[in-house]
Write a protein that binds this ligand. Structure first.
Ligand SMILES: *[C@@H]1O[C@H](CO)[C@@H](O)[C@H](O)[C@H]1NC(C)=O
Ligand SMILES: *[C@@H]1O[C@H](CO)[C@@H](O)[C@H](O)[C@H]1NC(C)=O
Ligand SMILES: *[C@@H]1O[C@H](CO)[C@@H](O)[C@H](O)[C@H]1NC(C)=O
Length: 316
C-alpha cells in the first residue's frame, strides 16, 4: 500500500521536473522568410517574427539556477525586496527585446556576455552588499527594488508641460536600474505604454515591468546621434574620430558612459565604476563564461573616457 503512494509521488515529481525543463527550452519556429532571411518566433521567450529569435535565446544559455547563483542573497531575511525578483520576470521582460537583439546578437558567447553586463549594472545598482557581508559584497544584487529613504520627490518643474508631476506622487529611485525623476518616469511610461507618471509605484510592484524598464533603457539611445548601451556593448556601434579621441571604445566601459556619463566616467578609479565592473566580472565567472573573456582594462573601464554628453561645469 505504502509503496504505491511512494511510486505515485515519484511519478508526480518526474512530471513536475519534466514540466520545468520544457519551460526553459521552447524551440524556435520559423514564422516566415523575407528575402531569403528566416524570421522566427520562440513562444513567450522571444516574441518574433525576428531573425534574432532563430538563434539561441537567453533561456538556452541562462537558466533558473544561474539566476539563483547570481542573486543568491536577494531573498534573505535582511534583504529589502524579499520575494520580489525572479527569473521568470526577467525572461518575460527580455522576450520583448530579444527580437531586437538583446542577448541574441552575434551568437552564444556575445549573448552571455551581454546578459552578464546588463545584470552587472543591475546587481551593482540594487546591491546591499558591503565589505563584510556573508557570501561577499557581490552576492547581494537585487536586494532592493526601490530607494529606501528618499531625500527628495525628484520632481523637475522644468518639465511641467511635457511630464508634469502628479500631486502627491514621488519619483524616487525604483527598479532594476533605478529610475529617478518625473521626466524619466514619463519617457519610460510612454515607451512601455504604462502610465508611470501617475503611477510610478507600478515599478516597485511588478518585477516584469521593472526589468522591462531597465532593458528598455539598455536598448534605447538617450538621444538621436548617441548609441545605446546595447550597441556599444555588442559592437554594432563603430567609434568615430571624436570617440577615439575621447577614449570611447566598444565594450563594458562605454556602457557606463552611455548610462551614467561623467557621474562615473573620466574620474579615474571611481568607486561606483569599479563596483559595476566587479559585478560584471563576478557574473561572467558564475555563468561559466569566465572573466578572462571580458577583455583588457581599457575596454572594461571608463576611467579615462570623456562623457558622450558632458554635464556643463561640475554639478553634483
Ligand atoms: C546568430 O548566431 C550566429 C553564430 O552562432 C551569428 O553569426 C549571427 O550573427 C547570429 N544572428 C544574429 C541575427 O545576430
Ligand atoms: C506587470 O507588467 C507586465 C509588463 O508590463 C504586464 O504585462 C503585467 O500585466 C503586469 N502585471 C500586473 C499584475 O499588473
Ligand atoms: C562625434 O562626431 C559625429 C560625427 O562624426 C557626431 O554625429 C557625434 O554626435 C559626435 N559625438 C559626440 C559625442 O560629440
Amino acid at each position: 500500500m505504502g509503496a504505491k503512494w511512494v511510486l505515485l509521488g515519484v511519478l508526480f515529481l518526474a512530471f513536475a521536473l519534466a514540466g520545468d525543463a520544457d519551460d526553459a527550452s521552447v524551440k524556435p519556429t520559423v514564422v516566415k522568410v523575407v528575402k531569403g532571411k528566416k524570421l522566427c518566433g520562440k513562444g513567450w521567450e522571444c516574441k518574433g517574427p525576428s531573425e534574432f529569435c532563430c538563434n539561441q535565446t537567453i533561456s538556452d544559455y541562462f537558466q533558473t539556477y544561474q539566476f539563483e547563483n547570481l542573486f543568491s542573497k536577494r531573498n534573505s531575511p535582511v534583504a529589502h525586496a524579499t520575494g520580489f525578483w525572479d527569473y521568470h520576470s526577467f525572461i518575460t521582460a527580455a522576450a520583448e527585446y530579444q527580437p531586437k537583439g538583446f542577448g541574441t546578437t552575434g551568437g552564444k558567447l556575445t549573448g552571455m556576455k551581454e546578459v552578464a553586463a546588463f545584470l552587472g549594472h543591475v546587481g551593482s545598482k540594487t546591491s546591499c552588499g558591503y565589505g563584510v557581508a556573508t557570501g561577499g559584497p557581490l552576492a547581494w544584487g537585487l536586494c532592493y527594488n526601490k530607494e529606501m529613504s528618499p531625500s527628495s520627490d525628484y520632481c523637475d518643474e522644468y518639465f511641467k508641460y511635457t511630464y508634469p508631476c502628479t500631486p502627491g506622487v514621488s519619483y524616487f529611485g525604483r527598479g532594476a536600474i533605478p529610475m529617478y525623476w518625473n521626466y524619466n518616469y514619463g519617457k519610460t511610461g510612454e515607451a512601455l505604454k504604462v502610465n508611470l507618471l501617475d503611477h510610478p509605484e507600478y515599478i516597485e510592484q511588478n518585477a516584469t515591468l521593472a526589468f522591462q524598464a531597465a532593458i528598455w533603457k539598455w536598448m534605447t539611445p538617450a538621444e538621436k546621434n548617441l548609441p545605446s548601451a546595447h550597441e556599444v556593448f555588442v559592437g554594432t556601434w563603430k567609434p568615430k574620430a571624436n570617440d577615439t579621441l575621447a577614449k570611447r571604445v566598444p565594450g563594458f566601459g562605454t556602457t557606463m558612459n552611455v548610462l551614467y556619463g561623467d557621474d562615473v566616467c573620466g574620474k579615474g578609479e571611481d568607486e561606483h565604476m569599479t563596483n559595476m565592473v566587479s559585478h560584471y566580472l563576478y557574473y561572467l565567472d558564475l555563468m561559466g563564461v569566465g572573466r578572462e573573456e571580458a577583455g583588457p582594462h581599457e575596454v572594461l573601464s571608463c576611467a579615462e573616457q570623456e562623457a558622450f554628453k558632458p554635464t556643463s561645469s561640475s554639478s553634483s
